[in-house]
Design a protein around this ligand. Sequence first.
Ligand code: NAD
Length: 288
Amino acid sequence: MKNIGFIGLGNMGLPMSAGLVNSGYHVMGYDLNEEASLSLKKAGGEIASSVAQVVEKSELILTSLPSVKAVEEVYLGKEGLITNAKPGQPLVDTSTVFPALNVKISEVCKEHNLDFLASPVSGGVIGAVNQTLTVMVGGSQHVYDEVLPVFQVLGENIFHVNEQIDSGTTVKLINNLLIGFYTAGVSEALQLASKKNIDLDELFSMLNVSYGQSRIYERNYKSFIAENDYNPGFSLKLLRKDLEFAMELADESHLALPISKSLLHLYRSVEQEGYGDQDMAVLYEQVK
Ligand code: NAD
């Protein structure tokens, strides 16, 4: 399987596609944004002008899309993947969406005799660039086995959670709930340190070898807060979306999760103030 289609060439999709090109795959990409498409061309991929053209030239199609609406459009839309794909061309969504959407797409795929995996990823842009992502896959074992060599190009830690299509998404939403907690914790802790005249670089050196250490502290501080640059990365609005999905799972499970609920309110209000397109680390600037 050497010809891969890739739909959604944003912060994650572009480096994932470039990684496939670097590893000897031919990648046919598609994005609504012309600039994103041109970036893939520069990285050695080919650009399609429609979903249908991607399908025509690809043995396997991956997607990395920013919202439920975009995923529905690309898979279920009139000119979408399911209308165009043929049996034997697996469709693999790496976006983070609500689990019920994985189930809906999987059911429509079954009606069309198409294979589908819901395979969200973690590790951020850095993980996509370095091809070290963690991939959490839900779906049939035989489709997973077929796609595994491609997952192993994208990432270092590949998990087939189980055959339930939304199982990878559930794990990913739990991961992102923790990211929401850590990002808020780092933001408030560093604001307090600043007020108490503690140098933030020195604080990082000390806490990085203490129990206050976390990968999110390292990422948010080193790449964004210390640089005073909040170009994403992982945008705050995408994290807010994932927290909404996690809270829907909590509601379904009759769990109150009061701290998670107040976190979601915090991220919603910062997004409403106009910070949604900046990296999630910008929360630090908003908790003074
Ligand atoms: P992004 O907004 O940077 O990129 C999304 C891309 O999809 C954009 O280039 C956009 O033009 C394109 N797009 C939107 N609708 C489209 C359509 N109908 N047809 C074709 N292209 C379309 O988002 P991202 O940060 O790359 O995230 C993508 C997915 O990966 C999201 O579901 C996100 O939650 C998840 N994710 C992101 C990160 C991260 O660190 N950024 C990490 C893990 C998972």
